[in-house]
Every structure is written in C-alpha cells, then in structure tokens.
Design a protein around this ligand. Structure first.
Ligand code: CP
Ligand code: NVA
Length: 303
C-alpha cells in the first residue's frame, strides 16, 4: 500500500508510468470507452480549505472510473479536534478505500498517513501540491513533446505549487528557475532534499524575472498569497511588485514559450488577462489534466 503525499517519494519510472496511464485514460474518455477500475470503491475527500479543481476533478474522476466519492468538509467531521488524528485515520480506513485531503498543515497529512491502512492522497497542503504537479508535467509533455531538458521559469512565491512542480520537472530531466523577491525563495530543507534526491543542479533562484524567462520553455506562476496567508496579503502585494507575468515579460521569453498557472488566478496581480487569455496560455488544458492525472493516480494506488 502506498500513499501519495509528496512527489519526491516517486521514482522517475513511476512518474512516467502515471503520465502514460493519464494519457491513455484521456484518450479513452475522448473516444467514449468506459472504464471501471474503481467499481465498488469509495473515496473520501476531506477538505479544510476551499477548492474547485481538486474537488471536482477527483469527484468526476472517481465517478468516471465507476467508484463513489464522499465530500467531507474538515470542520464538519471535526478533523484534528474532535478526536486524535490516529483514531480518525483508523476509523476512516475501515469505511473507505482511499482518502484525499486538503489541509492547512502538512503535518496533519503525516499524522493521518501514519495510521491509515488505505492510501492517503495529498490534495494540497501548505508544503506541497503533488496532484497539481502531475497535471503540470502532463501538460508540458503534451505541448512541448517532453519535459527532459526543458526550462521552467516559476515567477513568484517559492510555495507549495512551486516545490512540487520543481520536483516533477527535475524527476523528468528538466530544470526550474525560481524568480522571486528576496525572502520568498525555497527554504533550505527543501533545497537540500532536492539536491540529494532529485538533482544537484536542476534548481536555481534569481530575483530578476526578465533573466529567468530569457531561456524558458515554460513560464509558470501562482498566487502571491496562498490560502492560510491572508493576513500577509498587503505586505505580499508590495513585495511581489515587479513579478507579474504580463505582456512585457512574455515578450522577453522565447516565442515557443507556454504559460501555465495552477488556478485560481488573481487576474491583475500575478498575471494579466492578456497573458491568461493569450495564445501562449495552456491553463485550461492544465486544469483538465488534473482529471486525467488523478484518475491514473487512483488506479495506481488502488490496483
Ligand atoms: N489548482 C487547484 O488546486 O485548484 P483548486 O484550489 O480550485 O482545487
Ligand atoms: N498556492 C496556492 C495554490 C492554490 C491551488 C494556495 O496554496 O492557496
């Protein structure tokens, strides 16, 4: 039995397998070929924070695979305060076949996974967003043919999405350049772990967005203020000034460069309308790929 808490725990072959399976499931859906790998299975979705893409793509994906999903808001079931995480996890493991969590603190996931006897999937924590990263590399592969030897410029905060993306890209032989204001780079423990377990030279940090995009194949951005950081919003708006992905930045990148964003976007802050809605944007292909990537993940974890 495996959990899916951080992408760094998967080998390159495992990531490639998931991407191949996601592509197969995407094509099967396009051709109307039914799949029932999750027949009789129940997947619980337990969310402490808002979600559109993660919730709906998991619910739709489970249904398309012939299974059933239960959506449980964290506060209604008392996650973390009505009983211990261990008791919660052991009880839930008796009822369902897998659990997807969206949590404030990554340690909540670790606490649950330690006692679960069914697979636990990270549907976003403050540390990582591995489901998003799977969809991201699937999208890059579709549009650029491969991730290997490609350069992804992440413009913005060294956050959960950026960490998982850098790991996924690095696993597949690409490199990431993070362009961020001082104080918003990746933390040292992450960089050490990345160097040891992914690659010693597939991650660099700069503070100049124009320099970051000069050789980029992909420009990626995410919100400057993540869920749970709302109190820092004003300060972050000031600090991230100059890190917007706009027409001027895109003009400094190679012509073939694609633009990704995990969404939801704060249009007019980290990215402009002209870029999100422009010809180089693949953000809705990326959103769709959440569905296919997670179906592959569920099949893999529940096989
Ligand atoms: N990208 C993403 O995880 O979207 P949601 O927050 O809407 O799930
Ligand atoms: N970094 C964002 C991603 C949302 C999908 C957040 O954690 O709120």
């Amino acid at each position: 039995m495996r959990h899916f808490l951080n992408l760094i725990d998967l080998t390159a072959d495992e990531v490639r397998h998931l991407l191949a399976e996601a592509a197969r499931l995407k094509e099967a859906r396009r051709r109307g070929i039914p799949t029932n790998a999750l027949a009789g299975k129940v997947v619980a979705l337990i969310f402490e924070k808002p979600s559109l893409r993660t919730r709906v793509s998991f619910e739709a994906g489970v249904a398309q695979l012939g299974g059933t999903s239960l959506f449980l808001p964290g506060n209604e079931i008392g996650l973390g305060w009505r009983e211990t995480l261990a008791d919660f996890s052991r009880t839930m493991s008796r009822f369902v076949d897998a659990m997807v969590f969206r949590v404030f603190k990554h340690s909540t996931l670790d606490g649950i996974a330690a006692h679960a006897t069914v697979p636990i999937i990270n549907g976003l924590s403050d540390w990582s967003h591995p489901c998003q990263a799977l969809a991201d590399v699937l999208t890059i592969q579709e549009h650029l043919g491969t991730v290997a030897a490609k350069t992804v410029a992440f413009i913005g905060d060294g956050n959960n999405v950026a960490r998982s993306l850098a790991v996924a890209v690095g696993r597949l032989g690409g490199r990431t350049v993070l362009a961020c204001p001082k104080g918003y780079a990746f933390d040292e423990p992450f960089k050490k772990d990345f160097a040891a377990r992914v690659s010693p030279d597939a991650l660099t940090e700069v503070h100049d967005p124009l320099a970051a995009v000069a050789n980029a194949d992909v420009i990626y951005t995410d919100v400057w203020t993540s869920m749970g950081q709302e109190a820092e919003r004003e300060e972050r708006l000031r600090r991230f000034e100059g890190f917007q992905v706009n027409g001027k930045l895109l003009a400094a990148a190679p012509k073939h460069c694609k633009v990704l964003h995990c969404l939801p976007a704060h249009r007019g802050e980290e990215i402009t309308d002209e870029v999100v809605d422009g010809p180089q944007s693949v953000v809705f292909d990326e959103a769709e790929n959440r569905l296919h990537a997670q179906k592959a993940l569920l099949e893999w974890l529940l096989k």
